[in-house]
Design a protein around this ligand. Structure first.
Ligand SMILES: Nc1nc(=O)c2c([nH]1)NC[C@@H]1CN(c3ccc(C(=O)N[C@@H](CCC(=O)O)C(=O)O)cc3)C=[N+]21
Length: 284
Protein backbone atom coordinates (compact mmCIF):
# COMPACT_ATOMS: atom_id res chain seq x y z
CA UNK A 1 0.00 0.00 0.00
CA UNK A 2 1.39 3.45 -0.88
CA UNK A 3 1.70 6.64 1.14
CA UNK A 4 -0.03 9.49 -0.70
CA UNK A 5 1.75 12.80 -0.10
CA UNK A 6 -0.35 15.65 1.32
CA UNK A 7 1.39 18.61 -0.32
CA UNK A 8 -1.01 21.12 1.20
CA UNK A 9 -0.38 19.94 4.75
CA UNK A 10 3.40 19.90 4.27
CA UNK A 11 3.32 23.35 2.66
CA UNK A 12 1.31 24.67 5.63
CA UNK A 13 3.85 23.15 8.04
CA UNK A 14 6.81 24.77 6.26
CA UNK A 15 5.06 28.13 6.04
CA UNK A 16 4.20 28.00 9.72
CA UNK A 17 7.92 27.75 10.42
CA UNK A 18 8.51 30.68 8.02
CA UNK A 19 6.07 32.90 9.92
CA UNK A 20 8.62 33.66 12.69
CA UNK A 21 11.24 34.85 10.18
CA UNK A 22 8.66 37.13 8.55
CA UNK A 23 7.71 38.43 12.00
CA UNK A 24 11.33 39.33 12.73
CA UNK A 25 11.63 41.20 9.45
CA UNK A 26 8.39 43.15 9.84
CA UNK A 27 9.47 44.00 13.41
CA UNK A 28 12.45 45.73 11.74
CA UNK A 29 10.03 47.52 9.41
CA UNK A 30 10.95 45.26 6.48
CA UNK A 31 8.15 43.65 4.43
CA UNK A 32 9.42 40.89 2.09
CA UNK A 33 8.51 42.07 -1.39
CA UNK A 34 8.08 39.87 -4.47
CA UNK A 35 7.20 41.18 -7.92
CA UNK A 36 5.82 38.72 -10.48
CA UNK A 37 6.04 39.87 -14.10
CA UNK A 38 3.25 38.34 -16.19
CA UNK A 39 3.26 38.79 -19.96
CA UNK A 40 -0.09 38.06 -21.61
CA UNK A 41 -3.06 36.20 -20.12
CA UNK A 42 -2.23 32.49 -20.16
CA UNK A 43 -5.05 31.07 -17.98
CA UNK A 44 -2.83 28.53 -16.18
CA UNK A 45 -0.26 31.23 -15.35
CA UNK A 46 -3.06 33.41 -13.98
CA UNK A 47 -4.15 30.58 -11.66
CA UNK A 48 -0.61 29.93 -10.40
CA UNK A 49 0.04 33.65 -9.90
CA UNK A 50 -3.26 33.97 -8.04
CA UNK A 51 -2.14 31.17 -5.68
CA UNK A 52 1.22 32.87 -5.12
CA UNK A 53 -0.46 36.22 -4.41
CA UNK A 54 -2.94 34.65 -1.99
CA UNK A 55 -0.25 32.75 -0.13
CA UNK A 56 1.90 35.86 0.12
CA UNK A 57 -0.99 37.95 1.45
CA UNK A 58 -1.76 35.30 4.10
CA UNK A 59 1.87 35.42 5.29
CA UNK A 60 2.48 39.17 5.19
CA UNK A 61 4.67 39.00 2.07
CA UNK A 62 3.95 41.78 -0.43
CA UNK A 63 3.32 39.93 -3.73
CA UNK A 64 2.26 42.15 -6.64
CA UNK A 65 1.88 41.35 -10.33
CA UNK A 66 3.42 43.56 -13.00
CA UNK A 67 1.14 42.82 -15.97
CA UNK A 68 2.43 43.39 -19.52
CA UNK A 69 0.54 42.81 -22.80
CA UNK A 70 1.14 39.66 -24.87
CA UNK A 71 2.55 41.98 -27.58
CA UNK A 72 5.18 43.57 -25.33
CA UNK A 73 8.57 44.05 -27.02
CA UNK A 74 11.72 42.43 -25.63
CA UNK A 75 13.18 45.90 -25.03
CA UNK A 76 10.17 47.01 -23.00
CA UNK A 77 10.24 43.80 -20.95
CA UNK A 78 13.98 44.11 -20.26
CA UNK A 79 13.41 47.74 -19.22
CA UNK A 80 10.68 46.64 -16.81
CA UNK A 81 13.04 44.08 -15.25
CA UNK A 82 15.76 46.71 -14.90
CA UNK A 83 13.43 49.03 -12.98
CA UNK A 84 12.66 46.16 -10.59
CA UNK A 85 16.38 45.30 -10.30
CA UNK A 86 17.24 48.84 -9.16
CA UNK A 87 14.16 49.35 -6.94
CA UNK A 88 15.43 49.05 -3.34
CA UNK A 89 11.90 48.11 -2.14
CA UNK A 90 11.89 44.95 -4.27
CA UNK A 91 13.59 41.87 -2.78
CA UNK A 92 12.57 39.19 -5.29
CA UNK A 93 11.61 39.09 -8.96
CA UNK A 94 9.93 36.29 -10.93
CA UNK A 95 9.09 36.37 -14.63
CA UNK A 96 6.20 33.92 -15.07
CA UNK A 97 6.86 31.33 -17.76
CA UNK A 98 5.99 30.65 -20.55
CA UNK A 99 6.70 33.89 -22.42
CA UNK A 100 5.31 34.76 -25.90
CA UNK A 101 7.30 33.67 -28.97
CA UNK A 102 8.66 37.12 -29.78
CA UNK A 103 10.55 37.13 -26.48
CA UNK A 104 13.93 35.44 -25.91
CA UNK A 105 13.21 33.87 -22.51
CA UNK A 106 16.87 33.09 -21.77
CA UNK A 107 17.86 36.73 -22.33
CA UNK A 108 14.99 37.87 -20.08
CA UNK A 109 15.94 35.50 -17.26
CA UNK A 110 19.61 36.50 -17.55
CA UNK A 111 18.57 40.16 -17.07
CA UNK A 112 17.24 39.52 -13.55
CA UNK A 113 19.60 40.56 -10.74
CA UNK A 114 20.82 37.19 -9.33
CA UNK A 115 20.41 38.65 -5.82
CA UNK A 116 16.66 39.07 -6.58
CA UNK A 117 16.24 35.87 -8.60
CA UNK A 118 13.23 34.26 -6.87
CA UNK A 119 13.27 31.29 -9.31
CA UNK A 120 16.99 30.60 -9.21
CA UNK A 121 16.88 30.51 -13.02
CA UNK A 122 19.64 33.07 -13.78
CA UNK A 123 22.89 31.61 -15.20
CA UNK A 124 24.78 32.73 -12.07
CA UNK A 125 22.41 30.84 -9.77
CA UNK A 126 22.14 27.85 -12.11
CA UNK A 127 25.93 27.68 -12.01
CA UNK A 128 25.91 27.79 -8.21
CA UNK A 129 23.33 24.99 -8.09
CA UNK A 130 25.37 22.72 -10.39
CA UNK A 131 28.57 23.53 -8.48
CA UNK A 132 26.87 22.59 -5.21
CA UNK A 133 27.20 26.14 -3.89
CA UNK A 134 24.60 28.12 -1.91
CA UNK A 135 22.13 30.28 -3.78
CA UNK A 136 18.48 30.70 -4.75
CA UNK A 137 17.02 27.50 -6.24
CA UNK A 138 13.92 26.84 -8.40
CA UNK A 139 10.81 26.38 -6.25
CA UNK A 140 9.37 23.24 -7.84
CA UNK A 141 12.43 21.00 -7.47
CA UNK A 142 13.05 22.50 -4.01
CA UNK A 143 9.49 21.46 -3.12
CA UNK A 144 10.19 17.92 -4.38
CA UNK A 145 13.29 17.69 -2.18
CA UNK A 146 11.26 18.85 0.84
CA UNK A 147 8.67 16.12 0.11
CA UNK A 148 11.34 13.41 -0.24
CA UNK A 149 12.90 14.54 3.05
CA UNK A 150 9.62 14.81 4.95
CA UNK A 151 8.53 11.35 3.80
CA UNK A 152 11.93 9.84 4.63
CA UNK A 153 12.70 8.68 1.08
CA UNK A 154 16.35 7.60 1.10
CA UNK A 155 18.43 9.32 -1.61
CA UNK A 156 22.14 8.46 -1.07
CA UNK A 157 23.18 5.81 -3.56
CA UNK A 158 19.58 5.39 -4.74
CA UNK A 159 18.73 5.45 -8.48
CA UNK A 160 16.66 8.52 -9.34
CA UNK A 161 15.19 8.91 -12.84
CA UNK A 162 14.09 12.43 -13.81
CA UNK A 163 11.85 12.41 -16.90
CA UNK A 164 12.03 15.85 -18.55
CA UNK A 165 14.91 18.31 -18.80
CA UNK A 166 13.27 21.76 -18.62
CA UNK A 167 15.04 24.71 -17.03
CA UNK A 168 12.13 25.04 -14.58
CA UNK A 169 12.09 21.45 -13.33
CA UNK A 170 14.15 18.68 -14.94
CA UNK A 171 17.59 20.21 -14.99
CA UNK A 172 17.58 21.77 -11.48
CA UNK A 173 15.86 18.61 -10.15
CA UNK A 174 18.76 16.48 -11.45
CA UNK A 175 21.27 18.85 -9.82
CA UNK A 176 19.56 18.69 -6.43
CA UNK A 177 19.26 14.89 -6.47
CA UNK A 178 22.93 14.65 -7.45
CA UNK A 179 23.81 17.01 -4.58
CA UNK A 180 21.94 14.59 -2.28
CA UNK A 181 24.22 11.74 -3.53
CA UNK A 182 21.58 9.94 -5.59
CA UNK A 183 22.61 8.28 -8.85
CA UNK A 184 20.69 10.40 -11.35
CA UNK A 185 19.43 9.51 -14.82
CA UNK A 186 17.87 12.35 -16.84
CA UNK A 187 15.48 10.99 -19.47
CA UNK A 188 13.86 13.02 -22.25
CA UNK A 189 12.03 12.65 -25.57
CA UNK A 190 15.06 11.06 -27.29
CA UNK A 191 15.70 8.50 -24.53
CA UNK A 192 15.41 4.89 -25.72
CA UNK A 193 13.95 2.03 -23.64
CA UNK A 194 12.59 4.43 -21.02
CA UNK A 195 10.57 1.73 -19.21
CA UNK A 196 13.72 -0.36 -18.69
CA UNK A 197 15.31 2.66 -16.97
CA UNK A 198 12.32 3.58 -14.83
CA UNK A 199 11.84 -0.02 -13.68
CA UNK A 200 15.27 0.20 -12.00
CA UNK A 201 14.45 3.55 -10.35
CA UNK A 202 13.95 3.97 -6.59
CA UNK A 203 12.68 7.51 -7.25
CA UNK A 204 10.92 8.72 -10.43
CA UNK A 205 10.23 12.43 -11.01
CA UNK A 206 7.92 13.02 -13.99
CA UNK A 207 7.77 16.51 -15.53
CA UNK A 208 6.81 16.07 -19.19
CA UNK A 209 3.34 17.61 -19.46
CA UNK A 210 1.66 14.46 -20.86
CA UNK A 211 -1.32 12.98 -18.94
CA UNK A 212 -0.85 9.33 -17.88
CA UNK A 213 2.67 9.28 -19.28
CA UNK A 214 3.99 7.10 -16.43
CA UNK A 215 2.16 3.77 -16.37
CA UNK A 216 2.25 0.82 -13.96
CA UNK A 217 4.54 -1.27 -16.20
CA UNK A 218 7.20 1.46 -15.87
CA UNK A 219 7.36 1.33 -12.05
CA UNK A 220 9.29 -0.89 -9.63
CA UNK A 221 7.07 -1.77 -6.64
CA UNK A 222 7.86 0.48 -3.68
CA UNK A 223 9.41 3.29 -5.76
CA UNK A 224 8.80 6.95 -4.82
CA UNK A 225 6.72 8.55 -7.58
CA UNK A 226 6.81 12.37 -7.83
CA UNK A 227 4.32 13.81 -10.31
CA UNK A 228 5.16 17.36 -11.38
CA UNK A 229 2.70 17.36 -14.27
CA UNK A 230 -0.06 19.97 -14.32
CA UNK A 231 -2.20 19.13 -17.34
CA UNK A 232 -5.63 20.66 -17.82
CA UNK A 233 -8.35 18.41 -19.21
CA UNK A 234 -11.07 19.75 -21.54
CA UNK A 235 -13.34 20.11 -18.50
CA UNK A 236 -10.67 22.27 -16.81
CA UNK A 237 -9.67 19.52 -14.35
CA UNK A 238 -6.00 19.30 -13.39
CA UNK A 239 -4.28 15.95 -13.90
CA UNK A 240 -0.66 14.93 -13.57
CA UNK A 241 1.76 13.00 -15.79
CA UNK A 242 1.20 9.77 -13.83
CA UNK A 243 -1.59 7.23 -14.33
CA UNK A 244 -2.33 7.62 -10.62
CA UNK A 245 -5.06 4.93 -10.33
CA UNK A 246 -2.80 2.25 -11.86
CA UNK A 247 0.51 3.37 -10.30
CA UNK A 248 -0.62 4.27 -6.75
CA UNK A 249 -1.11 0.64 -5.56
CA UNK A 250 2.51 -0.13 -6.57
CA UNK A 251 4.20 2.98 -5.23
CA UNK A 252 6.02 3.45 -1.92
CA UNK A 253 5.33 7.20 -1.74
CA UNK A 254 3.34 9.01 -4.45
CA UNK A 255 2.33 12.65 -4.95
CA UNK A 256 -1.17 13.41 -6.25
CA UNK A 257 -2.09 16.19 -8.70
CA UNK A 258 -3.51 18.53 -7.47
CA UNK A 259 -2.46 18.82 -3.80
CA UNK A 260 1.01 17.37 -4.25
CA UNK A 261 3.97 19.25 -5.70
CA UNK A 262 1.90 22.34 -6.67
CA UNK A 263 1.33 23.73 -3.16
CA UNK A 264 4.96 22.96 -2.34
CA UNK A 265 6.08 25.08 -5.32
CA UNK A 266 4.16 28.03 -3.92
CA UNK A 267 5.53 27.44 -0.41
CA UNK A 268 9.14 27.23 -1.59
CA UNK A 269 8.73 30.46 -3.55
CA UNK A 270 7.63 32.19 -0.32
CA UNK A 271 10.59 30.67 1.54
CA UNK A 272 12.95 31.88 -1.21
CA UNK A 273 11.50 35.39 -1.14
CA UNK A 274 12.09 35.66 2.62
CA UNK A 275 15.63 34.30 2.23
CA UNK A 276 16.42 36.94 -0.43
CA UNK A 277 14.93 39.65 1.80
CA UNK A 278 17.05 38.54 4.76
CA UNK A 279 20.17 38.52 2.55
CA UNK A 280 19.44 42.08 1.42
CA UNK A 281 18.80 43.31 4.98
CA UNK A 282 22.05 41.66 6.11
CA UNK A 283 23.93 43.50 3.35
CA UNK A 284 22.28 46.91 3.90
N1 LIG B 1 8.99 31.73 -13.54
C1 LIG B 1 8.18 30.68 -13.21
N2 LIG B 1 8.33 30.10 -12.01
C2 LIG B 1 7.51 29.04 -11.63
O1 LIG B 1 7.66 28.48 -10.52
C3 LIG B 1 6.53 28.59 -12.54
C4 LIG B 1 6.45 29.21 -13.80
N3 LIG B 1 7.26 30.27 -14.11
N4 LIG B 1 5.55 28.76 -14.73
C5 LIG B 1 4.68 27.65 -14.44
C6 LIG B 1 5.17 26.75 -13.36
C7 LIG B 1 4.08 25.93 -12.72
N5 LIG B 1 3.98 26.46 -11.38
C8 LIG B 1 2.94 26.09 -10.50
C9 LIG B 1 2.63 26.87 -9.40
C10 LIG B 1 1.55 26.52 -8.57
C11 LIG B 1 0.78 25.39 -8.85
C12 LIG B 1 -0.38 25.05 -7.99
O2 LIG B 1 -0.77 25.84 -7.13
N6 LIG B 1 -0.99 23.86 -8.24
C13 LIG B 1 -2.17 23.41 -7.47
C14 LIG B 1 -3.41 23.40 -8.38
C15 LIG B 1 -3.64 24.76 -9.00
C16 LIG B 1 -4.78 24.64 -10.03
O3 LIG B 1 -5.93 24.67 -9.61
O4 LIG B 1 -4.44 24.46 -11.21
C17 LIG B 1 -1.96 21.98 -7.04
O5 LIG B 1 -1.20 21.25 -7.74
O6 LIG B 1 -2.57 21.58 -6.00
C18 LIG B 1 1.12 24.59 -9.94
C19 LIG B 1 2.20 24.95 -10.76
C20 LIG B 1 4.94 27.38 -11.16
N7 LIG B 1 5.66 27.58 -12.24
Amino acid sequence: MSTVVDGRALAAKLLNELQDQIGNLTAQGVVPTLRIVQVGDDPASTIYIRNKKRKGASLGIDVQVVKLPETVTQTALLHQIETLNVNPEVDAILVQMPLPVQIDAAAVVAAIDPAKDADGFTPANFGRLWSGDEGPVPATPAGVMAILQQYHVPLRGQHAVVIGRSRIVGRPMAAMLLQADATVTVAHSHTRNLAELTRTADIIVVAVGIPHFLTADMVKPGAAIIDVGINRTAEGKVTGDVDFAAVEPLAGVITPVPRGVGPMTVAELMIQTVALTKARVAHD
